[in-house]
Ligand binder design. Structure first.
Ligand code: F6R
Length: 611
């Protein structure tokens, strides 16, 4: 996730900016930059790679005199990670510099309009449009603050913005909508930051900006305005977190932070791709003709990304009426696969660097298949070698056990299903509209599920002493059970298996004895009664059952089993998007109860670049 720091005050800005960016490093980034306004105007330094490169380039900031500046660590979303795409972005006149977190959804349209007016763009980013548009309005009205309000009216999407202008060497502007930004107050000056961590060494007196607010910062203080430019009195907060807690946003673990970030991550992954009720995948190069002529579809991945593929198989087959085969990358690559021209291979990877997935991609490509990858890390090897890439825009995932990457991969795969299904004419109008409507409502429904962490923690306490756990389910619940089981085993070290419920009686049921914990997934409405028969079957052999179902069945299930979790109703293909949340939390709290090293489970690495 990108990081922002800004300072205006009584000290040289550049060293403060570099220090702030260093404290944001834990969030992950691929490039960094600072802009400082001094007596000789605006000076900008940017560099791909580690912050040390930027620090060396500026002699730890000494080369950039001036008491006003903004800094940014970038995690690429639009455009490759390189020096040009790094922030700050400078306007054509050279006067205005902008740092930005979020996504400007209508940037392509605004960029087109500015190009028509003679503006030249240097980067591939959505952010540069803010700098150029501000430049344009400022030249037009000669009033920087008026120009700024015009920009905020014109841009759509999410933003936390820090802006400086060479004509105002003692002022900084900040604005926020749907992306965090806070203000810091100190005797030495005023700050903006995307994250408390960046400020903690300088001040613990902060205020959170709200959506639609704009702030004007100077050495003497901060004035905040609402959408209608009415002054706003901000409530101040005192931060008493230590630096370690601040990095995790006050949470005990990155995993919990990332679980709770999922509604926002889904919003980012989907909002710009749904326009006026239609799925628009403008980042796909495939033509409609190519999409219509797709033969067989393979989904290739490892671990949790493979589990997304399992959900994808059910959903894509339903929406596209094409055979979808899901393959473990490590098996596919050595299987002499029957794949070739006309086939589409969808490769899923958070890191974009998993060696087996990369090798499987190359194998499929060599045989003539078209490669579409769904990747989180922009510019990663898998993204670079694919014919098409859809980024998940989940931001950096730091906990080893994936959560928000899994959810955003699933959302993007569902968007692919809808987009292709529409073009192929295989998805009904009713399904399409219901899916689009419910995908837009997903973040709120996810927030609702994530609100009740304490109830899940209480259940986790009851389950934490188990040594064997079975997850069972049918259809999408089976696909979800694979992920629920993996989450539990990898962070809590409890032995766990996931079974298609119908398979139980073909062997596994012999393992069920008094007190065995069975997590019965029963969200999938068409097979709810079948799921209940399996519950009865395992209870008859002494199993202690925890059922995950939809709100509609929760009260009834509470009469039948000792532990119940529920999620709101949603279009059935989206049930795993909600169902995974309580399973992630359950695994998290069980691991917490067992005192495990949650963010760094033993023997595991975040990116598996070996075979
Ligand atoms: C589990 C987990 C792993 C990854 C797998 C693939 O929580 O994170 O199973 O899903 O190693 O990694 P990527 O998606 O980076 O290819």
């Amino acid at each position: 996730m990108c990081g922002i720091i800004g300072f205006v005050g009584k000290e040289q800005a550049a060293p403060i900016l570099l220090d702030g960016l260093r404290r944001l490093e834990y969030r992950g980034y691929d490039s960094a930059g600072i802009a400082v306004c001094g007596e000789d105007g605006l000076r900008v330094k940017k560099a791909r790679g580690r912050l040390q490169v930027l620090s060396d380039l500026t002699h730890a900031g000494a080369d950039l005199p001036g008491v006003l500046g903004i800094g940014h660590t970038r995690w690429a979303t639009h455009g490759e990670p390189n020096d040009v795409n790094a922030h700050p972005h400078v306007s054509q006149s050279g006067k205005i510099a902008v740092v930005h977190n979020g996504i400007i959804e209508n940037y392509a349209e605004l960029k087109g309009q500015l190009i028509a007016k003679g503006y030249t763009f240097r980067s591939e980013t959505d952010t540069e449009v803010v700098a150029q548009l501000l430049d344009y309005y400022y030249a037009d009205c000669q009033d920087f603050f008026e120009a700024m309000t015009r920009v905020l009216n014109a841009v759509e999407g999410a933003y936390a913005l820090g802006i400086v202008c060479a004509d105002y060497p003692d002022r900084m502007i900040a604005a926020r909508k749907d992306a965090p930004l806070l203000l810091g107050y100190s005797e030495n000056g005023s700050f903006i930051a995307s994250d408390v961590t960046a400020l903690i060494r300088h001040t613990r007196d902060i205020a959170y900006m709200d959506d639609g607010e704009m702030a004007v910062l100077s050495a003497g203080g901060i004035r905040v305005y609402d959408r209608l430019m009415r002054p706003v009195e901000k409530e101040h907060h005192h931060i008493d977190w230590d630096v370690d807690a601040a990095e995790k946003g006050g949470y005990d673990h990155f995993m919990l932070k990332e679980i709770l970030e999922q509604p926002e991550a889904i919003r980012k992954a989907t909002a710009a791709r749904i326009q006026e009720g239609r799925v628009v995948l403008s980042d796909l190069a495939m033509t409609e003709e190519e999409i219509r002529s797709i033969g067989k579809i393979y989904i290739i991945a490892c671990g949790s990304s493979y589990h997304v593929g399992m959900v994808g198989k059910y959903n894509l087959e339903r929406m596209l009426r094409r055979t979808v085969e899901v393959c473990l990358a490590s098996e596919f690559r050595y299987s002499d696969p029957i794949v070739g021209e006309g086939d589409l291979v969808i490769v899923i990877s958070q890191s974009g660097e998993t060696l087996d997935t990369m090798a499987a991609l190359r194998e499929a490509k060599k045989r003539g298949a078209r490669i579409l990858s769904i990747v989180n890390v922009v510019g990663s090897s898998i993204a670079r070698e694919s014919d098409d890439v859809l980024y998940t825009w989940a931001g950096p995932e730091i906990a080893v056990a994936t959560t928000k990457a899994y959810s955003t991969q699933m959302a993007v795969l569902n968007l692919v299903g809808l987009y292709f299904g529409d073009i192929m004419g295989t998805v009904s109008y009713e399904t399409y509209t219901a899916m689009v409507r419910d995908m837009q409502q997903l973040p709120e429904k996810m927030e609702k599920v994530l609100k009740d962490t304490e109830a899940i923690h209480a259940l986790a306490k009851e389950c934490a002493d188990k040594e064997d756990v079975f997850f069972i389910g049918r259809n999408l619940d089976y696909a979800l059970s694979l992920e629920g089981s993996l989450k539990l085993k990898e962070i809590s070290y409890i032995h766990s298996e996931a079974y298609a419920s119908g398979e139980l009686k073909h062997g596994t049921i012999s393992l069920i004895e008094d007190g065995t914990l069975v997590i019965a997934l029963s969200t999938y409405e068409p097979l709810f009664d079948k799921a209940m028969s399996n519950v009865v079957e395992v209870q008859a052999r002494g199993a202690k059952v925890l059922a995950l179902t939809t709100e509609k069945h929760a009260a009834d299930l509470a009469q039948r089993v000792p532990m119940v979790l529920s999620v709101p109703e949603v279009q059935q293909m989206l049930l795993p998007q909600l169902g995974v949340l309580p399973l992630q939390l359950l695994a998290y709290y069980i691991a917490l109860e067992r005192g495990c090293d949650i963010d760094k489970p033993r023997n595991l690495a975040k990116s598996v670049t070996v075979e």
